[in-house]
Design a protein around this ligand. Structure first.
Ligand SMILES: Nc1nc2c([nH]c(=O)n2[C@@H]2O[C@H](COP(=O)(O)OP(=O)(O)OP(=O)(O)O)[C@@H](O)[C@H]2O)c(=O)[nH]1
Length: 134
């Protein structure tokens, strides 16, 4: 089984939003870029805007595709697609999928507690930042 999943790299003043999966969820306790599965008939952008509204109670604008990552978790395979997103700062309300969130600069993100499928997305983000500062 391969799940098609979208994730938002939501930027605010150089920091990226990370959310921690609820302990009872699959990959519980891992930090991730929030998002979720693409429903039938949805575009990745539509899925991402819907998931972020559902999980964080905020509205976002999907800007650019960043990178994808295909990861085997044992019981399933996740094809994760990361998009750079923009928002007008709004209060975040976690609605159940996550138990915490934090804003971090990409170089501050702890690779050991990040969902393994997200590591290539983090690397693409770090690469983009390095290129931007050349
Ligand atoms: N939203 C999101 N999901 C991710 C990321 N990285 C990653 O491996 N995943 C995995 O992608 C799968 C789908 O995400 P979901 O948010 O719809 O989670 P879910 O609990 O409904 O999924 P489940 O059916 O696997 O339990 C989960 O197994 C989740 O662990 C990520 O950065 N964001």
């Amino acid at each position: 089984m391969t799940l098609e999943v979208v994730a938002a790299l939501l930027c605010d003043q150089g920091r990226i939003l990370l959310a921690r999966r609820h302990p009872n969820a699959s990959q519980g306790g891992y930090w991730e870029f929030p998002g979720g599965k693409i429903d039938p008939g949805e575009s990745p952008q539509q899925a991402l805007e819907r998931e972020i509204a559902e999980e964080l109670s905020v509205s976002i604008q999907v800007r650019h595709y960043l990178a994808s990552s295909l990861h085997h978790y044992g019981d399933k395979q996740v094809n994760l697609h990361g998009y750079l997103c923009h928002w007008q700062p709004q209060p975040i309300q976690l609605t159940g999928s996550h138990d915490q969130y934090q804003w971090l600069r990409p170089e501050q993100i702890d690779r050991t507690t990040l969902a393994p499928a997200d590591l290539p997305l983090l690397d693409a983000l770090l690469q983009k930042h390095r290129n931007a500062s050349l």
